[in-house]
Design a protein around this ligand. Structure first.
Ligand code: ADP
Ligand code: ZN
Ligand code: ZN
Length: 733
């Protein structure tokens, strides 16, 4: 019998580490923490990671089994990685196996060998060079690729084609077949010389760059708080350049929606260094390759979304998180972590600086500034001679609205178009209208599986539930009284588009929402169309608020803000203020001044007025004071226990048992609120309840959860429900 045991994290929802024996007669020196193994688990084989090697175990000899296979000769994960993943499991009270499942790219989690694939490089052959433009009269795509290759001296990898909004594979393959293009395989693609910036940083940018680069060798959190268009990206670029010149790597985290091929291309061109990207649009192989290239030091920059925060760095130099306030940095299912939190922890472990950037910083980060935990760097001015847009409220009371559009807004749109400038109209909801109602009997189209109304999607001729995905054809007569008197209530992007079409029949109108951009690259071609200039209107949801730079937009209209002023979530006002500020930031980004008009029936509303008269910083200060007074985060600490089941009674039974468990735990500085039904009680056919755990001390919350959670999986009634714990929840649904 072996005298050592392997403590293994296995991907299961159980709060446990599993002990296994080594393979028969294999020496201890074969094993190290961080190696992957394959083990039999129940009736299945699963992949796990060795966390520890110990000399004793609590498991009886009869129950111990040897692992089936050792997958890595060298550890795939370093001690630092293990420390971070263990910290995350502990802080978020998540089963350790689930943390590993999240942290490792799918292929590696499935046991695939950690080998780097060689890059394919393309260059023109001699006969390719000998061609001229006219050879491509009948194949414009081949011509574009030919021109691209002709303009570069060295062989290039596929990234140079990334900005094309069509599939370049087929045309390049036929050029390879004709012998015009040569390919070769390398472990690192050749680079073209870096593009120089077109300007030098202004004094505020310089000050920020200087403050951060002074601290390159130590952990420190910087909040780069810069108004929209103040040139935060330029600050990042200059810092990244310094870090990679010192031979170190940079991890850059971005919200999903802003990490476009164009942005990646901009970074690639400016920095001319080995760079990899990681986001949900890539396939499994691309994601694990990016992970491995950073881990092995073959790339200097990783540009990634939320989950990239777990990628091990070979030579850590700096972490940058752009749009740090963005809710997409919080994972909302399974292992519910905040990438901002994990990134800060990671920077601390690596002892490197981290830069959080935003025009509308989260209240959490501003609070940390007040506590002197973060260093505040402020960019107050827009670059390139652009001024801040003027924001005004349009009082819609007593006005005759045409489908929610007021005469003053329509007039402002008309004037803007007459100057050949562009307009953005922001609408909170996709679809045509949120409710279908019968004029005769009052029937309303509701989802059978959720407590919600079905949204009318006129273009698709469907009623859709935005919560569970249920779809029906739009009925022509009322299902209840059979009269043909159904009418749409409220508005969505499709309806605003239709109304604008009737007012401005000769103006191109582009709708940007999840429906219009569903197809790959659709977003990009819509954006390219807008960039071409000329008078145009864009109608869209929050997708429009983030990052995009439309130089010719001078008017932004916010159509329906009122509903958001009355939410039951205490974070709604923060979200609203961020959204308004970000949407407003799309106006007047170059020489032409911008204007923002907000339609409202609440022109006296304090939130709107503070924001408009004094700006986001003042709003945030007041909102923080309110949070403190109300004993809410970030002053107090929350955790949310969510429970759901098809049978409501099962949820209630489980919560009763949880109540008994809690009454046996000593509650120091803990308040339990609930259980209460979730704001949407029924969703996708399941009944949902929640219990809020609240404490003025993070530590007390932690201790409480540590005593409670391992007990929950033991209660019998837990088998009839699904439950989850969310530490630092960011919404209560
Ligand atoms: P932010 O991310 O802060 O909203 P960006 O980084 O996108 O702003 O910068 C806005 C625009 O200003 C970009 O087109 C950028 O190239 C340009 N820019 C940045 N810094 C300067 C500068 N110092 N002088 C002139 N233009 C600049
Ligand atoms: Zn009816
Ligand atoms: Zn539904």
């Amino acid at each position: 019998m072996s005298n050592f045991y392997l403590n293994i994290a296995v991907d299961t929802p159980l709060y446990r580490i599993f002990d296994y024996l080594p393979i028969n007669n294999s020496p201890r020196s074969d094993y190290q923490a961080g190696q992957r193994v394959s083990v039999s688990f129940g009736r299945r084989q699963k992949i796990g990671v060795i966390l520890n090697i110990s000399s004793s175990t609590d498991i009886s000899k009869a129950q111990l089994k040897p692992i089936s296979k050792l997958l890595d000769a060298e550890p795939l994960l370093s001690p630092e990685d293990l420390t971070l993943y263990k910290w995350a499991a502990n802080y978020y009270h998540s089963p350790i196996g689930e943390v590993f499942a999240q942290a490792l790219p799918k292929q590696l989690r499935m046991g695939k060998e950690p080998t780097i694939k060689l890059a394919t490089l393309y260059s023109l052959s001699q006969s390719g060079h000998a061609l001229d433009e006219t050879c491509f009269n009948r194949s414009p795509r081949q011509r574009a690729l030919w021109q691209q290759l002709k303009s570069t001296a060295n062989p290039v990898d596929r990234h140079v084609f990334a900005a094309l909004d069509w599939d370049w594979r087929a045309p390049i393959n036929s050029m390879i077949k004709k012998g015009w293009v040569d390919i070769q395989h390398e472990d690192a693609p050749a680079l073209s010389p870096p593009e120089a910036p077109l300007f030098s940083p202004n004094s505020e940018q310089q000050a920020a760059i200087k403050a951060i680069s002074k601290k390159q060798q130590a952990f420190q959190v910087f909040l780069l708080d810069g108004v929209t268009g103040s040139g935060k990206t330029e600050v990042y670029l200059q810092l990244i350049q310094q870090v990679i010149n010192n031979g170190k790597q940079v991890l850059i985290l971005l919200p999903e929606i802003t990490l476009t091929p164009q942005l990646a291309e901009r970074f690639r061109k400016r920095l001319a260094t080995q760079m990899v990207v990681s986001h949900s649009g890539l396939n499994d192989s691309q994601r694990s390759q990016a992970w491995l290239r950073i881990k092995k030091g073959l790339a200097n920059i990783l540009l990634g979304t939320r989950s990239a925060v777990f990628t091990p760095m070979n030579a850590p130099g700096m972490i940058i998180m752009d749009e740090e306030h963005d809710p997409s940095f919080k994972q909302q299912e399974g292992f519910r972590y905040s990438a901002r939190n994990v990134a800060i922890m990671r920077a601390r472990d690596y002892n490197i600086p981290i830069v959080l950037g935003s025009a509308t910083p989260s209240l959490e980060s501003l609070h940390s500034v007040q506590q002197n935990q973060f260093t505040h760097l402020v960019l107050t001015k827009r670059t390139a001679g652009a001024s801040q847009p003027v924001i005004r409220l349009l009082d819609c009371r007593h006005q005759t609205l045409d489908n929610h559009l007021s005469p003053s807004l329509l007039n402002a749109i008309k004037k803007t178009l007459e100057r050949n400038e562009q307009v953005i109209l922001f609408v909170n909801r996709r679809g045509f209208a949120p409710v279908l109602m019968c004029h005769r009997c009052g029937w309303v189209g509701e989802c059978r599986r959720c407590d919600s109304r079905l949204v009318i999607h006129k273009e698709a001729h469907l009623l859709k539930c935005h919560h569970c995905g249920t779809e029906h054809r739009i009925p022509s007569t009322c299902p209840s009284c059979q009269e043909a008197e159904l009418f749409p209530l409220g508005l969505g992007t499709e309806r605003v588009e239709e109304t604008l079409n009737s007012h401005f029949p000769n103006t191109p109108i582009t709708r940007i929402d999840r429906d219009s951009t569903r197809q790959k690259d659709a977003m990009q071609s819509l954006i390219n169309q807008v960039r071409q200039g000329g008078g145009q209107i864009l109608v869209g949801t929050q997708m429009l608020a983030k990052g995009h730079h439309f130089p010719n937009v001078t008017l932004v209209g916010i159509v329906d803000i009122d509903a958001g002023l009355f939410s039951c979530d205490f974070r709604a006002s923060e979200r609203m203020a961020q959204l308004i500020t970000q949407v407003a930031g799309r106006a007047g980004r170059e020489e032409k001044p911008g204007r923002v008009l907000i339609q409202t029936h609440q022109p006296e509303h304090p939130l709107l007025n503070t924001l408009i008269e004094h700006g986001y910083a003042r709003f945030a200060k007041e909102a923080l004071a309110e949070r403190q007074q109300a004993q809410l985060p970030p002053y107090h600490y929350h955790a949310l226990l969510r429970v759901n089941a098809v049978k409501e009674q099962a949820v209630l039974n489980f919560l009763t048992d949880v109540g008994h468990l809690i009454s046996n735990i000593q509650l120091t500085s803990i308040q339990i609120l609930g259980p209460v039904p979730a704001p949407m009680l029924k969703r996708a056919g399941r009944f949902r309840y929640q219990l809020l755990i609240e404490s003025p001390q993070r530590k007390a919350r932690h201790q409480f959860l540590k005593s409670l959670l391992p007990e929950l999986e033991k209660i019998k009634s837990s088998r009839q429900v699904r439950w989850s714990i969310d530490v630092d929840p960011i919404d209560i649904f």
